[in-house]
Write a protein that binds this ligand. Structure first.
Ligand code: BTN
Length: 261
């Protein structure tokens, strides 16, 4: 097993953009917080910030994200040049890259839950937090993978069960190999996001791995609960929800659960 260190990762990465500049920290409040500050002062695109642990890891909708040692917690600074409405595509690219990296290195059937959750056997193993700033100049993609984390250290939210790669496989995973595969995959998916034709590829790959399409779902969005069948995503990554009365509603952000019917 290659050591999960800055040099271990840098020596085998081989990417052109993503991770060409790597910042490695033993402990940070949140890699996204540091990435945002660095993006503001103009560090190069593709810079990756890794932390062994986060003391104030952040999830979507302002939730805390448990980030003890043993996980993969990193943020990538990007300059995608997208219209604000298209920024969610970066999240789709990052979640697709994460699921594909888990499949490649561990052979596990990772699937995707809208918008950006990576699931194994219906439990969340990884999440993505995308934040944009600088008047649309930069986007930070924060990626958290519960790699070598004991089940007991994961949050207990029955509606959104969590797992780790350690819990699924029963043994520690090679974080260096997995992080390498992740950043390489992200480089490819990010290249696609930046071209109009490539975007179709990102959407197609996301759909291929989606766990939640064609299913009855409930979405909590801006304090409202919406129910319907998740029919598809549109070309900005918004969820298309067919409601009971037949109308199709476009949902840009929210928390989705699959309804048992
Ligand atoms: C979610 O599913 O709610 C998103 C979780 C994102 C967690 C990652 S870990 C690295 C980066 N730094 C953070 O504080 N959050 C993201």
């Amino acid at each position: 097993m290659e050591e999960y260190t800055r040099d271990g990762l840098a020596s085998r990465l081989g990417t052109r953009l993503i991770g060409r500049h790597l910042r490695w920290h033993d402990s940070l409040s949140s890699t996204n917080d540091l990435a945002r500050n660095l993006a503001e002062i103009g560090v190069p695109e593709g810079t990756v910030i890794v932390a062994e642990e986060q003391t104030a890891g952040r999830g979507r909708h302002g939730r805390p994200w448990a980030s003890p040692r043993g996980g993969i917690w990193l943020s990538v600074i990007l300059h995608p040049g997208l219209a604000p409405a298209d920024t969610p595509l970066v999240g789709l690219a990052a979640s697709t890259a994460t699921a594909r990296a888990i499949r490649q290195t561990l052979g596990l059937l990772a699937r995707l839950k809208w918008p950006n959750d990576v699931l194994i056997e219906g439990r969340k193993v990884a999440g993505i937090l995308v934040e944009a700033g600088g008047d649309g100049l930069w986007v930070v993609a924060g990626i958290g993978i519960n790699a070598n984390i004991d089940q007991g250290a994961l949050p207990d939210r029955p509606a959104y069960p969590a797992t780790s790669l350690l819990a699924v496989t029963g043994r520690p995973v090679d974080r260096c190999e997995l992080a390498c595969a992740l950043l390489r995959e992200l480089e490819h998916r990010y290249e696609e996001v930046r071209s109009e034709a490539g975007r179709l590829g990102v959407l197609r790959r996301w759909r291929e791995m989606a766990d939640t399409l064609s299913r009855a779902v409930r979405v909590e969005a801006s304090g409202r609960v919406l129910e319907g069948v998740a029919t598809d995503i549109d070309d900005t990554g918004a969820l298309l929800l067919r409601q009971r009365n037949g109308t199709v509603r476009r949902v840009v952000a929210g928390d989705l659960t699959v309804r048992e019917v």
